[in-house]
Write a protein that binds this ligand. Structure first.
Ligand SMILES: NC(=O)c1ccc[n+]([C@@H]2O[C@H](COP(=O)([O-])OP(=O)(O)OC[C@H]3O[C@@H](n4cnc5c(N)ncnc54)[C@H](O)[C@@H]3O)[C@@H](O)[C@H]2O)c1
Length: 271
């Protein structure tokens, strides 16, 4: 079985020293890899997640990289919890520079089996949760007159498959949210972009492999091998490869790049 690689070992850059990064979904594969990447490059990191043990483990790994890092329990579906987490971050470090909204869920049922509760929870987590995160971040970023938001959408936000209605809808919505927030924050020098990852080796993709593969009579391993074969680059992404692009988007090299939804999918979706 493939193992996720969360951290690129040879990162030499230190682009975020004294910056403050807030990552939602930090206990997960892509959010965790983003937390570690920003820590590797010198940022202090706030890890927000509902999964306490995994979140604390990532924050501890960040501290091991020589920065300050905290794990904050936060359910992105609840506005008050998101607002409170940002207030705590600002009180500790004096502001916020970088925000990655990575918290997300996947359920994936055929249309006629998607319950109202399943639809509502997916939209509430993936889209409304990102909205609460962007809204809470905005005043801090405006005050900084700079900084970046990176929303983790999906290739499912630009294209789709059967039995993906609620997930695709949430991820397409997130691209729309990204564009509007980018327009609003542009006068303050704040960039706002979305990343649309392809299949990336995390707990979520294993869950997708079990659900979708199971429906197609394939084991999760067989399903993942087929997805790797479909991909022009011939493999599933590692979490650090998504984090590397998030770091680029937050860096000085990307100050003129805003309002975009960038596929990081090995060439799966080509516009
Ligand atoms: N893995 C992929 O193939 C893939 C592809 C495209 C997009 N994405 C997106 O990337 C993001 C990260 O996914 P991942 O693959 O790392 O999955 P993951 O399951 O490893 O991580 C998701 C994290 O989000 C957290 N989370 C879920 N609901 C939350 C809530 N209400 N409040 C706070 N935290 C919550 C989970 O506890 C988990 O730690 C998601 O938005 C996902 O939709 C993943």
């Amino acid at each position: 079985m493939l193992e996720p690689v969360m951290m690129r070992p040879d990162v030499g850059a230190r682009r975020f020293v004294e910056k403050v990064a807030v990552i939602t979904g930090a206990a997960g594969g892509i959010g965790g890899a983003c937390a570690l990447r920003f820590a590797q490059e010198g940022a202090n990191v706030a890890c927000l997640d509902i999964e306490a043990a995994g979140n604390e483990a990532i924050a501890a790994q960040c501290r091991g990289l020589g920065v300050d890092a905290i794990a904050l329990p936060c359910d992105v579906r609840v506005a008050e919890q998101v607002d409170a987490a940002f207030a705590q971050v600002a009180a500790r470090w004096g502001g916020v520079d970088i925000v990655v909204a990575a918290a997300g869920i996947y359920t994936g049922s055929p249309l006629e089996e998607v319950s109202a509760a399943q639809w509502a929870d997916t939209l509430q987590t993936n889209l409304t949760g990102a909205f609460y995160t962007n809204r809470a971040a905005a005043p801090y970023l405006r005050r900084r007159k700079g900084g970046s938001i990176v929303n983790i959408s999906s290739m499912a936000g630009k294209t789709s498959w059967p039995a993906t209605a609620e997930y695709s809808a949430s991820k397409s919505g997130l691209i729309g949210l990204t564009r509007s927030v980018a327009m609003e924050l542009a006068p303050y020098g704040v960039t706002v972009n979305a990343i649309c990852p392809g299949n990336t080796l995390t707990a979520m993709v294993r869950q997708v492999a079990a659900i979708v593969g199971g429906r197609e009579g394939l084991s999760p391993e067989e399903w993942l091998a087929m997805r790797a074969q479909d991909c022009p680059l011939g493999r599933i992404a590692q979490p650090w490869e998504i984090a590397g692009v998030a770091a680029f988007l937050a860096s000085d090299d990307a100050r003129y790049l805003t309002g975009q939804a960038i596929e990081v999918d090995g060439g799966m979706v080509m516009a």
